[in-house]
Each structure stands twice: as structure tokens, then as C-alpha cells.
Design a protein around this ligand. Structure first.
Ligand code: SAM
Length: 271
């Protein structure tokens, strides 16, 4: 392939590309997204997924950090009037500016650079006002953490936060052999269906910090974590009792809904 002859893969940008258009089309179709969907792609790479997106959806905006890909990607753009590129680091662009690139709701579909998977997902999950779905290829272990069942080893801060603002499902397992170059991990496509109003959270920024603090000492009880970051011992005992939670409960034993109740009750200081 001509592209491969000239291109040097850059490990520092997480460049593991997929050239199999049939596989990419089948993944995109299995998402069952409406044809009118506006799509944000992060990391166009060689643009094979980008073309599938442009052929299937309404408007596609694709970010790419690697300037050596500009001329190759611009040739793809000539065939797709609904496609535009932003040659920039997606983490350096304000989420509100990205929201403005679309007229209303949009979904992310991307084979993410793995060195910044969580930063990208949480940037949009927490900051965007118009994000509807985040359907992305991630490292298998990351997918397992995001979709972990309560009280398992993988259950942690990302699981609780994703389930507080949406719902995560594993769409497909993808073996490492479909990537060029072949990475040393397997992958999964996940879809986070975003619902910012799933729960009534009194202060979202404080809630995110609260959940992180609750897991600071994962081996300790939730009660120990709460008191170690400043909550009054008696107040904690009262709140845990009121929510029917035992004083010995551990951070990985609570559902997102229970974290929201705990946070709202402690914050409103009404016990
Ligand atoms: N979409 C292509 C595919 O499926 O073959 C490429 C996927 S590759 C895993 C990730 C892509 O993200 C690379 O092209 C890389 O250069 C790009 N990238 C890495 N960091 C980025 C960033 N901060 N902002 C935008 N793109 C980035």
C-alpha cells in the first residue's frame, strides 16, 4: 500500500492503525447509530475509519495531531463534502469550541490513542453539553474497568463516574492482530451512552472529587476514607445508617446511585 511505504508510525502518538475497511464498517454498523448522527473522530490516522464515518453519517469532524498526515487526509476530504479535519491536539481545544463545531448533539466514534484514552473520555463526559454517545476502541483492560461489576477488583473510580453520567457496554472484542503495527494488548469497542441527568447531583465538580477521594485508600472501608478526607465521624455514621450502608462497607461495594445519594446527603448536611 502506497501510504505504508511513506509513513513512519509514531509510538508517542499511540499510532496503531486499522486498514481493514470491512471490519471497521461492521463495527460502525453494529453501533446502530442513526444516519443523521453528527460524528467527532479523534485520531484520523490513515483515514480508513474516517471514510467509513463520512460514508455513513451526517457531518464528520476528525482531529489529528500528526502534521505529517495532513496532505494524505486532505485528499480524502475531496470526496466527502460532509468531512472536515482539525489538525490539532484534541486535549488542547476547549470542549465548548468543539461543541460549537456541531449544530446540536454529536457522538464520538474513534479508535483512540491509548496513552490518553481516559483523559479524552472524561473530557467529553464531564465537559461537553452536547455529547450523546462515546463509541470508542480502547484497551481491553480499560474496557473491563469501565464496565466492571460491583464488588469486583476492576470496579473503581472510572466505573462509578461513567455510571453516574451514562451507561457503558462492550460492543465487540478486537484482537491485537488487526492493528498495524501490532500492539501488545487486545482491544474492545465500548459504547458509553451519555445521560448527564441520570441522577440529580447537586455539584458535579465536587461530586467527581468526592468519588475519587472515596477510593483513595481502596483497601480501607468507605467510612475510613470519608473521615480521612475531613468528614465528621458522627455525621458519617449517621449518613451511612440513614442510607442502610454498613460501617464496614468498602468503596467498591457501592453502585453509582449510592455514591450520588451519599454525596448529596453529606453535602446537604441534613443529618
Ligand atoms: N483512526 C485510525 C485508525 O483506526 O487506524 C488511527 C487510530 S490510532 C490508534 C490513534 C490516532 O490518534 C493516531 O493517528 C494519532 O496520531 C492520533 N492522536 C494521538 N494523540 C492525539 C491527540 N492528542 N489529538 C488528536 N489526535 C491524536
Amino acid at each position: 500500500m502506497k501510504f505504508l511505504d511513506d509513513f513512519h508510525f509514531k509510538k508517542q502518538f499511540g499510532q496503531n492503525f486499522i486498514f481493514d475497511k470491512v471490519l471497521l464498517s461492521s463495527i460502525v454498523n453494529s453501533l446502530n447509530f442513526n444516519k443523521n448522527t453528527n460524528v467527532l473522530e479523534i485520531g484520523a490516522g490513515a483515514g480508513v475509519l474516517t471514510e467509513v464515518l463520512a460514508e455513513n453519517f451526517n457531518k464528520v469532524v476528525s482531529f489529528e495531531i500528526d502534521n505529517t498526515l495532513i496532505s494524505h487526509l486532505q485528499t480524502l476530504q475531496q470526496n466527502h463534502k460532509n468531512l472536515s479535519f482539525v489538525f490539532n491536539d484534541v486535549l488542547k481545544v476547549e470542549t465548548s469550541s468543539i461543541d460549537k463545531m456541531f449544530n446540536g448533539e454529536y457522538s464520538i466514534i474513534a479508535n483512540l490513542p491509548y496513552y490518553i484514552t481516559s483523559q479524552i473520555i472524561f473530557k467529553f463526559l464531564f465537559e461537553s453539553n452536547n455529547i450523546k454517545n462515546i463509541a470508542v476502541m480502547v484497551q481491553k483492560e480499560v474496557a473491563e474497568r469501565f464496565c466492571a461489576k460491583i464488588s469486583t477488583k476492576a470496579y473503581g473510580i472510572p466505573t462509578v463516574l461513567i455510571n453516574s453520567f451514562g451507561c457503558c457496554t462492550i460492543v465487540k472484542n478486537v484482537p491485537r492482530t488487526v492493528f498495524t503495527p501490532v500492539p501488545n494488548v487486545d482491544s474492545c469497542v465500548i459504547n458509553i451512552s451519555v445521560d448527564k441527568n441520570k441522577f440529580n447531583i447537586s455539584n458535579k465538580t465536587e461530586y467527581i472529587n468526592f468519588v475519587s477521594n472515596c477510593f483513595k485508600m481502596k483497601r480501607k472501608t468507605l467510612y475510613n476514607n470519608l473521615t480521612s478526607f475531613g468528614y465528621d465521624k458522627n455525621q458519617c455514621i449517621n449518613v451511612l445508617n440513614a442510607l442502610n450502608l454498613q460501617q464496614t462497607i468498602r468503596p467498591e461495594n457501592l453502585l453509582a446511585e449510592q455514591y450520588v445519594n451519599l454525596f448529596n446527603t453529606l453535602t446537604n448536611n441534613n443529618l
